[in-house]
Design a protein around this ligand. Structure first.
Ligand code: BES
Ligand code: MN
Ligand code: MN
Length: 698
């Protein structure tokens, strides 16, 4: 009878490690009835599992098996190194791991282990007082613990088991499927081999030695180098942060250009083919390294090197462009938004250059106008679309849900930014001489603003909510699971007397998935000391609306303008202008690039990341998603309380370090499934973006 296949599990044979040979022959090539024992195990694995891998330092002897051979990067560190290679290479949640010298692996025995997986991270057998970790089911959840132990002196698989949820199948239960414990018998010595009835010696027609297999599991090897260079990563970032690249200020034009050149020079130092592209505004820095080869995926990394203005300066504890480390954080304008998160990608790339280069092709695009609406980025992307082609886009410009909670953000709000100017009399008037007979522009503006929104925040612009997409059931469930603490959140918001917002929506839903309208600034009339009785000639306001899918900035700007014109008193002149806009972003979270990012973050933080949306905007995300039609993954390392845009902006240095590590792992994880990094174009799932287009009324 055919054994039943085991879902979500890879079969892995370990043929690495030290004593892998017997009589000059790799142990997996010992034979039983003419067949090598490795071939026999692979044959069994093929009936039980989808994927089968073999871990070996020297893959050549196993070339004939037709399975994926993975190399053990922890040479000489025994079984834990082999297990690491197997788990890191497997793309299923579970891996059955056995030695290549076990001639009697058995379907029923393996199935029994598999049937005990629930609520465990590893399932193994105790037999004759001995727990067997190399005939066991291991889950990916063990990887972080395993990697921590491998960094230690003498790792042992039993130590790993102590750190995860271990289930032991006891001997009495085991005896029903394997009374003698034959399924984990192995051939360590010629004596063992004879007892087990194995033939020693090269098999007839032994496979030839093939070309060396490219190594993909090198990220772990780089951790030592990363540690040695930690201090330099901070001091370089400090230099980058000293450049006051404030994009909104014409005074700082040359500084913005200097920051662009700084990035270009670093890219060139790392042998990335990099250039500064001028635009009508600030330049775009773009570089590419295609050294992984045409068969490998290409990723596009995006960030911005421009920063926000620094006012009010007097509230900074240290000067914004004189970076300072205090309490494990680096304080400076741009530390978290976004120079620190740009630099961490360069350092991850640099790490990979120590071993030749990353296993994926890398394109990097850094913008200098993000903080002012990215007006010139759209035309640049349109023009350079062919050059930018990629399988996945990675953006690090968003916060983590909380400290210690690695996060992947799959949605951002869009923005429509407007200015309303109200003009009345040609000059300021004496309010006694004219008051009551001339409409005051500031009063008129107040009435207009009052007509934009009700007390709960509902926007009164007709048609404003027409295209607002609701949270899906899956998103709602995900949001509920997040570790949200209302009190902490209020404190992070600067402790207003109470939260506020549309009734019937969770705080996170209000921020992530509901559109808003905000007055950013308002002016008009007398602001000086004391009192002055006038009717001002003019008043005005900057008003922005955060948008959500499927609202578009163009349509909302149009509706806003029409509404303001309609409610504006006729006795004043009202001008409405659109300053800039950007579309909301929402991504399909099932793309393999998201899985790869999840695995990378899990390896770096020792924890599975959560999925979030955010209320902020990055115009690039929606634009590039539409242009390249590939997954856009936001892997951010900021914290919600790091004061981006505010005084005392900072970057937590532990997150900086883990961010670099995450990016190092990400390259490896993305390389692992080249065919699967971007979803197949004909796949059954459509991205929200394409669905949106399909639904658009014409
Ligand atoms: N990094 C932020 C965007 C962000 C903020 C993402 C919070 C996630 C959470 C970005 O630099 C930013 O500030 N964007 C502006 C964009 C605007 C000027 C078009 C924003 O959101 O106000
Ligand atoms: Mn930013
Ligand atoms: Mn910003």
């Amino acid at each position: 009878m055919e054994p039943a296949p085991i879902a979500g599990c890879t079969g892995a044979l370990l043929a690495g490690g030290g004593a892998t040979r017997m009589g000059g022959v790799p142990k997996g090539l010992l034979r039983l009835g003419g067949e090598t024992i490795a071939a026999r195990s692979v044959r069994l694995f093929r009936t039980l599992f989808g994927p089968v891998i073999l871990v070996a330092n020297d893959p050549a002897p196993y070339a004939g098996l037709g399975v994926t051979v993975v190399q053990d990067v922890f040479r000489g560190r025994g079984a834990p190194g082999g297990l690491h290679a197997a788990l890191a290479a497997a793309r299923t949640p579970w891996t059955f791991v056995a030695g290549c010298d076990m001639p009697f692996l058995d379907a029923d025995a393996i199935s029994l282990l598999a049937s005990r997986r629930e609520d465990a991270d590893v399932v193994m057998v105790r037999f004759r007082g001995h727990v067997e970790p190399l005939h066991a089911l291991w889950s990916r959840a063990c990887l972080p613990a395993l990697e921590r132990l491998l960094a230690a002196a003498e790792p042992s698989l039993r130590d790993v088991a102590a750190l995860v949820r271990t289930r032991i199948v006891e001997e009495d239960e085991w005896r029903r499927v394997d009374p003698e414990g034959r399924s984990f018998a192995n051939a360590n010595t010629p004596e063992d081999a004879r007892r087990l009835g194995l033939e020693i010696g090269a098999p007839a027609g032994a496979p030839g030695y093939a070309a060396p297999h490219p190594r993909e599991d090198t990220a772990m090897e780089l951790t030592g180098w990363l540690k040695d260079n930690e201090a330099r990563f901070v001091s370089e970032l400090v230099e980058f942060l000293k450049i006051p690249s404030i994009s909104s200020s014409t005074q700082h034009r040359a500084d913005v250009a200097r920051a662009a050149a700084f990035l270009r020079d670093e890219l060139r130092r790392l042998e990335v083919d990099a250039q500064v592209f001028p635009t009508e505004g600030h330049p775009v820095v773009y570089g590419e390294w295609m050294g992984a080869g045409a068969g490998k995926p290409t990723i596009l990394v995006y960030g911005h090197y421009d920063v926000q203005p620094v006012d009010p300066l007097e509230l900074w504890k240290s000067l914004p462009f004189d970076p300072e480390v205090r309490d494990g954080a680096l304080y400076a304008r741009g530390a978290v938004d976004d120079k620190g998160q740009v630099w961490l990608h360069l350092k991850a790339f640099e790490a990979w250059r120590q071993v030749g280069g990353p296993p994926v092709n890398v394109k990097m695009l850094f913008e200098g106008e993000e903080e002012v609406g990215s007006a010139n980025l759209g035309p640049f992307l349109e023009k350079e679309k062919a050059r930018l082609a990629a399988d996945a886009v990675i953006v690090s410009d968003s916060p983590m849900f909380a400290k210690g909670v690695p996060s992947i953000c799959y949605g951002l709000r869009g923005l429509a930014y407007m200015q309303v100017d109200v003009e009345g009399p040609a000059v300021d008037l004496h309010s006694g001489s004219f008051g009551g007979a001339v409409l005051n522009p500031a009063n008129a503006l107040a009435r207009i603003i009052a007509g934009l929104q009700d007390a709960s925040g509902k926007v009164l612009v007709p048609g404003f909510y027409d295209r607002v997409r609701k949270l899906t059931a899956r998103e709602r469930a995900n949001t509920k699971r997040l570790p949200f603490d209302r009190r902490e959140w209020l404190a992070a918001a600067g402790s207003p007397p109470a939260p506020w917002g549309e009734g019937g929506f969770h705080v996170l839903e209000r921020i992530w998935a509901r559109p808003t309208l905000e007055v950013n600034g308002i002016w008009g009339g007398f602001q000086g000391e004391g009192a002055k009785t006038i009717i001002p000639a003019k008043a005005g306001a900057k008003i922005s609306m955060r948008l959500v899918p499927d609202q578009t900035p163009e349509e909302i700007a149009r509706k806003f303008t029409a509404h303001v014109r309609k409610i504006a008193p006729r006795e004043v002149k009202v001008t409405v202008r659109s300053l800039h806009g950007g579309a909301a972003f929402l991504s399909e979270v099932d793309a393999p690039a998201f899985r790869a990012t999840e695995r990378a973050l899990e390896r770096a933080f020792g924890k599975r990341p959560v999925l979030t949306r955010e209320g902020g905007s990055i115009p690039f995300t929606a634009t590039i998603q539409a242009a390249l039609r590939c997954p856009v993954v936001l892997m951010g390392f900021g914290l919600p309380d790091e004061n981006s845009h505010a005084p005392n902006e900072r970057l937590d240095l532990e997150n900086y370090r883990k961010g670099i590590l995450s990016a190092v792992y990400l390259y490896e994880e993305l390389a692992r499934a080249p065919e699967a990094v971007s979803p197949r174009p004909s796949g059954p799932r459509r991205t929200p973006r394409t669905r949106r287009r399909g639904n658009r009324r014409r």
